[in-house]
Write a protein that binds this ligand. Structure first.
Ligand code: SF4
Length: 299
């Protein structure tokens, strides 16, 4: 099956030790079976250290150290598995992060916004609608009749209509798909009851108010690209038109949440907005429970 990616995708490069928010801190990384077998075959040297660092409780995973750091993250912020035994020994999650995949009649890959470097790249790339073929993957057509890519394309057309400002585009999308968020109370209750990776983020996300939106052109350009990213990630695999609408409502809520935070935190620059987008992404998109709770609110 052909694999497609947004045109900005190839520009992404992990900045490793220069990253202000390493993905090697805070997340318990599961080790896939194939990589586990490779680790177990490394009998001495750093191989033994790797084997010792894995907890077999539930799904095999790296046991986090003080400060919730990956045991293989060195003081310079570099990965000791890469340094000592080579990149081929990274487990699937570490090798793929921050990438995600959609499987429909084709395969698509994207970059997850929780990575601050990916967030800066996505929010600074005006062409959010074009994809290009970058290879092949071993996968089969999902057999779903509904064409989520075409439905996504319709929304991108509205977002790219230069005769219509961003606020009007949002209004048109909400009206075309009958999306009405009602008052904020229901969403604030969900934001209050969610699980958080960082307790400080809860107070930040609870600043949500659908009435607060920035007016600056730059900030709105970032918001439009954020929404386009969310739609690419969450709407493409929709099973039917109803499912597409539910997913779209979730994307619009997350966009509104970022708009709110841009105002409350007075974020103006690409770096400031990307940092907030990263937080929204890691606290919501990277938790199935949080994503499901917010999607159900839009049903
Ligand atoms: S968050 Fe992104 S840039 Fe930072 S270490 Fe992880 S992949 Fe690299």
């Amino acid at each position: 099956m052909k694999l497609y990616a947004p045109t900005y995708y190839k520009q992404f490069k992990c900045i490793a030790d220069k990253c202000e928010h390493s993905c090697c801190i805070g997340w318990e990384i599961d080790v896939d079976g194939e990589t586990l077998a490779k680790y177990n075959a490394l009998k001495d040297g750093y191989g033994a250290v790797i084997a010792d660092s894995i907890s077999m409780e539930d799904t095999p995973h790296f046991r986090l150290c003080a400060g919730d750091r990956c045991p293989h993250l060195d003081d310079r912020g570099l990965c000791k598995i890469i340094l000592r035994v080579g990149e081929d020994y990274l487990c699937d999650i570490c090798r793929e992060h921050p990438r995600f995949y959609n499987f429909t009649s084709v395969a698509e890959v994207g970059l997850g916004m929780s990575c601050p470097e990916a967030a800066r790249l996505i929010l600074s790339s005006p062409d959010f609608s074009s994809t290009e073929e970058i290879g092949e993957v071993d996968a089969e057509d999902d057999g779903v009749e509904f064409d989520g890519r075409a439905a996504r394309g319709n929304i991108y057309t509205i977002l790219q209509d230069t005769a219509c400002g961003y606020a009007s585009a949002l209004e048109k999308i909400r009206s075309d798909y009958s999306i009405d968020f009602g008052d904020d109370k229901r969403y604030l209750e969900i934001l209050d009851s969610m699980e958080y990776l960082d307790a400080d983020h809860k107070a930040l996300l609870l600043k949500y108010s659908s009435k607060r939106r920035p007016e600056g052109a730059e900030q709105n350009a970032y918001l439009k690209r954020f929404l386009a990213y969310l739609i690419y990630r969450h709407c493409t695999e929709a099973l039917d038109a109803d499912d597409f609408g539910i997913r779209l409502a979730f994307c619009l809520f997350c966009e509104g949440l970022l708009a709110s935070l841009i105002c409350s935190e007075d974020a103006k620059t690409l770096g400031e907005v990307a940092a907030l987008a990263s937080i929204v992404s890691e606290e919501i998109e990277y938790s199935d429970d949080n994503t499901t709770a917010l999607m159900q609110a839009g049903e």
